[in-house]
Design a protein around this ligand. Structure first.
Ligand code: CDV
Length: 334
């Protein structure tokens, strides 16, 4: 049997600190137009799609910071409404990242999955926040996600997406945000719920701060871009493979404000871990494929049949211990 579905990962290029929402929304609509022409049913967008990656800046707490966030139903926020309305008009489901401010004034790095009829099917809040709470000294830019967001509190919830006509009770979807994709725990919890498509958005700098207070020596060099891209693909390919799922992985890319460079590498990966579609630019680009959800099942029924092969009774260390505890050193090796 086949359960075919056309899906896309939308890559979004440079967004400067002063780029208006309206401009980004028009670019996102242009990507939806392309998706509509191709008969695509789901378009995944990057982390914090509508803005520049503001956690690279030091911003005072209060109204100046909060203007980067959206309160309430994001699909009803006036500047974003034309995007969500266009997706509904086209009958396209979208998964989109944004900065969420709750009614209790809590801040989260969030993505929403909105179905083809405009229903909010699921909200996910980033679980693994990278970076720092306090600004670092002597670095070319900050990464202040731990300062500006709380850790996600909605766990990794897979859910059914109705109305696709692909049978089998509807595709099973999971969401991850950027750094979450590097952690096998995120994927396995989705894998254990049978996720067939994992939607991911990311903002991955070309160069990273490798130690507190010390910037990478490879700032903006080709080798740091190649390494960041390699690690991106490594995570997506292996984790899709051992959870026998598709992943749609959308980059926010380009060079923001003429100096903040983000990797591209938007991809669609199949349940064998093979990249089946990949971006060619570091600009707005629609990466798409026709996938067969049934191809998740041969590996699920054999090599990665979790019920047959997993040993959860042996995984105590993983759930009870957070950091590394090394075995005691051998004295004659000191
Ligand atoms: N936005 C991110 O989560 N970025 C991280 C960087 C800091 C390593 C990432 O995993 O790409």
């Amino acid at each position: 049997m086949t359960r075919l579905l056309k899906v896309a990962a939308a890559q979004v290029g440079k967004i400067d600190i002063d780029t208006p929402y309206e401009e980004v929304v028009q670019r996102m609509i242009a990507l939806l137009d392309q998706a509509h022409d191709k008969g695509i049913k789901l378009v995944n967008f990057p982390e914090l799609t509508f803005t520049t990656f503001f956690p690279r800046h030091i911003i005072p707490f209060g109204p100046e910071l909060d203007k980067w966030y959206q309160k309430g139903d994001v699909t009803k926020f006036d500047p974003f409404k034309p995007f969500f309305e266009k997706a509904k008009e086209y009958g396209i489901a979208v998964c989109v990242g944004y900065a969420e401010l709750t009614d209790d004034d809590e801040h989260y790095n969030t993505s929403v999955f909105v179905d083809q009829a405009g229903n909010n099917l699921n909200k996910y809040r980033k679980m693994f926040l990278p970076g720092d709470k306090e600004p670092l000294e002597n670095v070319p830019w900050q990464h202040l996600e731990k300062r500006y967001f709380l850790e996600g509190n909605l766990n990794w919830k897979a859910f059914r997406w109705p109305g696709t006509g692909t049978g089998h009770g509807g595709p099973i979807i999971g969401q991850l945000i950027c750094n979450d994709r590097r952690w096998p725990e995120s994927w396995k919890i989705l894998g254990l719920q049978g996720a067939e498509i994992v939607c991911i958005g990311y903002n991955t700098p070309v160069s990273n701060v490798v130690e507190p207070g010390k910037a990478s020596q490879m700032v903006n060099s080709d080798s740091s871009e190649a390494m960041a891209t390699f690690h991106n693909e490594l995570c997506l390919q292996y984790n899709s493979y051992h959870n026998c799922c598709y992943s749609l992985c959308s980059a926010r890319t380009g060079v923001d404000d003429g100096k903040y460079s983000l990797i591209a590498g938007t991809t669609i990966v199949d349940p064998q871990g093979v990249i089946i579609a990949k971006s060619k630019t570091n600009e707005d680009e629609l990466v798409w494929a026709e996938i067969d959800l049934d191809s998740c099942y041969p590996p699920r029924n054999r090599a990665f049949n979790f019920a047959r092969h997993r040993r959860p009774e042996e995984y105590k260390l993983i759930v009870e211990q957070k950091g590394v505890k090394e075995p005691a050193p051998l004295e004659d090796e000191m």
